[in-house]
Design a protein around this ligand. Structure first.
Ligand code: NDP
Ligand code: DXP
Ligand code: MN
Length: 406
């Protein structure tokens, strides 16, 4: 068993300033990463910034950090972006998946922050791993889809993955310096989302606005809905499996409504190491960006006396079915998680667009998994084919299902 160990971290990066490319710089993780970088200018140089559609924000970021490369989703967006850049600054602007992949292997960049949302993050993340980059990985979907390929690439190039996702960052910190064979359980904490205590009949009626209100974290729309269905935790179980390689049976989910304990590792001697902190992504982002050093943030300190109680409880698996669907997909082999993820992405967007109800999300994911015949996934193309055909199935299912699924 292996996991991303500090031993493999490139020595020249420990001492010197780091050249960083951020894919998804206009999102919640991307903007937080740039805030951390802006507070520590002596440590970083920005080599590339990529958004998708938000050209006004990307232009502002580019004007401030002056990278040599920018990325957007379409040629129309590239034209829009060009018009927004100041005179005398002419970065290369790349477009679409090929452009993001080029940025992910930019020879000028030491670190790639993978912070795009969804399956779109897979190809650039895999490219960065194949190019031997240090990867600050927020895009959990890339591991869900292609964890086996990414691990293989890391093993062959020496690419190091530093987990940005708060739980995995917590586990990474709790594992540091310890023997993986002595791990008894990885305890992934889940807030339970905005509907943690709600009944199934309440869930039938919830709106996107209600589902987007995460109790503790401020995040992008897709992950916020995933938190509300517990699919986020399901994806994180698969992410943990690929990152730490301890086997699905060692990974447990425990609901912790305060999101103060970000996850825990239990060792065979009975010791449990927990990582705690205020729920602010600048902490795990900063940990990755400056690894193995720590930096100071301007954040509230935890006051345990004021906090009073930290609660822990079992997830309500019958009500929030996405968690079990993810465990089942992980057990079923490498192609089921691709189906799980693609159907979920279509379902989340359809829910946000008010085409299906909240409970239509697990219903659609289950329907997609039920029709799937497992297959080997030996290449990126295999994964992208299955991702595309599942999206077609899911879209057709929504269009042709009588009434509301769920
Ligand atoms: N937000 C958080 O606190 C956490 C997020 N994560 C993970 O990090 C990733 C990013 O999440 P988050 O920052 O919340 O998401 P956001 O929705 O806030 O941002 C997504 C980013 O991806 C870009 N993007 C959207 N569609 C595409 C596409 N098709 N191709 C390339 N880029 C695209 C967006 O560009 P634009 O806006 O310009 O269109 C934006 O820069 C997700 O995988 C999420 O699960 C993990 C842990 C915590
Ligand atoms: C901040 C982060 O890492 C998110 O993945 C967060 O954990 C979501 O909260 P849930 O525990 O509600 O899924
Ligand atoms: Mn998380």
């Amino acid at each position: 068993m292996t996991y991303i160990s500090s031993l493999a971290f490139p020595a020249h990066l420990v001492a010197g300033p780091r050249s960083v490319t951020i894919l998804g710089s206009t999102g919640s993780i991307g903007t937080n990463a740039l805030e951390v970088i802006a507070r520590n200018p002596e440590r970083f140089r920005i080599t590339g910034l990529a958004g998708a559609t938000n050209t006004s924000l990307l232009a502002k970021q580019a004007t401030r950090f002056r990278p040599r490369r920018l990325g957007v989703l379409t040629t129309e967006k590239a034209r829009e972006l060009t018009a927004l850049l100041p005179a005398g600054y002419s970065p290369e602007i790349v477009v679409g998946q090929e452009g993001y992949m080029a940025m992910a292997q930019d020879p000028d960049a030491d670190m790639i922050v993978s912070a795009q949302v969804g399956a779109a993050g897979l190809a650039p993340t895999l490219t960065a791993a194949q190019a031997g980059k240090v990867l600050c990985l927020a895009n959990k979907e890339s591991l869900v889809l292609g964890g086996h390929l990414i691990r293989k690439a890391c093993a062959s190039t020496g690419s190091v993955i530093l987990p940005v996702d708060s739980e995995h960052n917590a586990i990474f910190q709790a594992l540091s310096g310890h023997d993986l064979h002595m791990v008894r359980r990885i305890l992934l904490t889940a807030s339970g989302g905005p509907f943690r205590t709600r009944s199934l009949s309440f869930l039938r009626t919830v709106t996107p606005e209600q589902a987007l209100k995460h109790p503790n974290w401020s995040m992008g729309a897709k992950i916020s809905i995933d938190s509300a269905t517990l699919m986020n935790k399901g994806l994180e179980v698969i992410e943990a499996f690929h990152l730490f390689g301890t086997g699905p049976e060692t990974i447990e989910v425990v609901v912790h409504p305060q999101s103060i304990v970000h996850s825990m590792v239990e060792y065979r001697d009975g010791s449990i190491l927990a990582h705690m902190g205020v729920p602010d992504m600048k902490i795990p982002i900063g940990y990755c960006l400056t690894y193995p050093e720590r930096i100071e943030h301007d954040l509230d300190h935890l006051d345990f006396a004021t906090l009073g109680t930290l609660q822990f409880e079992k997830p309500r698996r019958e009500t929030f079915r996405c968690l079990d669907l993810a465990f089942q997909a992980l057990a079923a082999g490498p192609s089921h998680p691709v189906v799980l993820n693609a159907a979920n992405e279509i379902a989340v967007q359809a829910f946000l667009d008010r085409q299906i109800p909240f409970l239509g999300i697990p219903a659609l994911v289950e329907a997609a998994l039920d029709q799937h015949t497992p297959r080997p996934l030996d290449s990126l193309e295999d994964i992208l084919d299955l991702d595309a055909s599942t999206r077609t199935f899911a879209t057709h299912h929504i269009a042709t299902s009588p009434g509301s699924p769920g």
